[in-house]
Design a protein around this ligand. Structure first.
Ligand SMILES: [Zn+2]
Length: 126
């Protein structure tokens, strides 16, 4: 039987997941790492809002960030997230390029080095 502290820890983990936009961010990140500006473009929400949701996910240990030059990239840090999302949302999709996103990946550059996308084709979304 789990301890009280383990129950509290599990509850805060689920609490971090209990928000549609945070689930959406995690869904995007399981396709590969993404910078903040890409996640902003994906959600169509202001930077402050997206940062707030990312901070909640990071505080719960679900994601972590790393700096690459001027950009901050996010990645899934907790492997338990992937099977859970797959169960609810199906397999991870290929990374999406957004025509209105100014990140290097969407502007035609290479995908982030740590991306799990491999050689899969990118989806273009207008
Ligand atoms: Zn982008």
């Amino acid at each position: 039987m789990a301890t009280s502290s383990e129950y509290r820890s599990a509850a805060s983990w689920f609490k971090a997941l209990a928000h549609p936009e945070r689930v959406r961010l995690l869904d995007a990140l399981r396709s590969g790492d993404a910078c903040v500006c890409h996640l902003e473009a994906l959600l169509g929400r202001p930077q402050a809002y997206v940062s707030q949701q990312l901070a909640a996910l990071r505080a719960a240990g679900l994601i972590r960030d790393r700096k690459e030059g001027q950009r901050v990239y996010y990645t899934i840090a907790d492997a338990r997230v992937r099977p859970l999302l797959e169960r609810f949302l199906g397999p991870a999709q290929a990374p999406i390029r957004l025509s209105h996103c100014r990140c290097p990946e969407c502007q035609g550059g290479e995908l982030a080095a740590a991306s799990s996308a491999g050689a899969r084709p990118l989806l273009f979304v207008a």
